[in-house]
Unconditional design. Structure first.
Length: 232
């Protein structure tokens, strides 16, 4: 339950991780996170539920453009702001998910909260529902049909990758290209290392009076894999 684990984690690990994961995926080959500053609000969970955790956490993350010349002192940077909260008021949606990108030559706004479906009932009022999240109702024969819903596609892709790898191992046991290809479709250690570094750096920042935390890359053989984090 929420009460059982909330004081040993935080809303950033629980929810911001999804936002950061999406952004890190979009930034693959384009940028890397190098600095994190965390800020938070606190009070509701602590005072009303006696749970020692933040209500809302915002992480400010500096991303470095890796396509710039390494010897260029005028490197370009971007700032990402990730905010998540589990004390939001009741609204027409379960989660107010939104993305806003403002670049030098373009802008993108994504409303993930509203999927074009609405429902109104006397019992609980107006709702903007998301029928794409999970298929709870059975098919015409009474069989489960949630295979395309939340979580199932990820499990399916993982199982397919395991089967492919095991079949390939018989003829080509050290196929590194095949292993590397999984980084494009699965949540591997390689693809989640930057996400984990951002989340941990954010936690360290919050625990140290909002000081900024650097993400370091010290492995020349893997220049986009974080090796350590330290308070600035």
């Amino acid at each position: 339950t929420f009460r059982g684990w909330a004081d040993t984690s935080d809303i950033s690990y629980y929810l911001n991780s999804h936002h950061i994961d999406f952004h890190a995926w979009a930034m693959k080959g384009k940028g890397k996170p190098i600095k994190v500053t965390g800020i938070a609000s606190k009070g509701i969970a602590t005072n009303e539920y006696d749970i020692d955790t933040e209500d809302t956490i915002t992480l400010s993350v500096t991303w470095e453009n890796i396509k710039d010349d390494k010897n260029d002192h005028n490197k370009s940077y971007g700032i990402a702001i990730y905010t998540s909260s589990w004390t939001a008021p009741i609204s027409d949606v379960h989660s107010q998910q939104r993305f806003h990108f403002l670049g030098s030559t373009g802008e993108v706004v994504i409303d993930q909260a509203h999927r074009g479906y609405s429902l109104s009932k006397d019992s609980n009022g107006y709702k903007s529902v998301n029928p794409l999240f999970m298929k709870y109702t059975p098919d015409a024969k009474g069989n489960f049909q949630g295979q395309s819903g939340y979580g199932y596609k990820s499990i399916e892709c993982f199982i397919d990758a395991v089967i492919e790898f095991e079949n390939n191992k018989k003829t080509n046991p050290e196929n590194q290209n095949l292993l590397n290809s999984y980084d494009d479709m699965l949540a591997t250690i390689s693809t989640t290392s930057q996400v984990t570094a951002i989340l941990e750096a954010g936690r360290i920042s919050l625990d140290n009076n909002n000081q900024s935390v650097s993400i370091l890359y010290e492995d020349e053989d893997s220049p986009l894999t974080p090796t350590s984090i330290s308070i600035i």
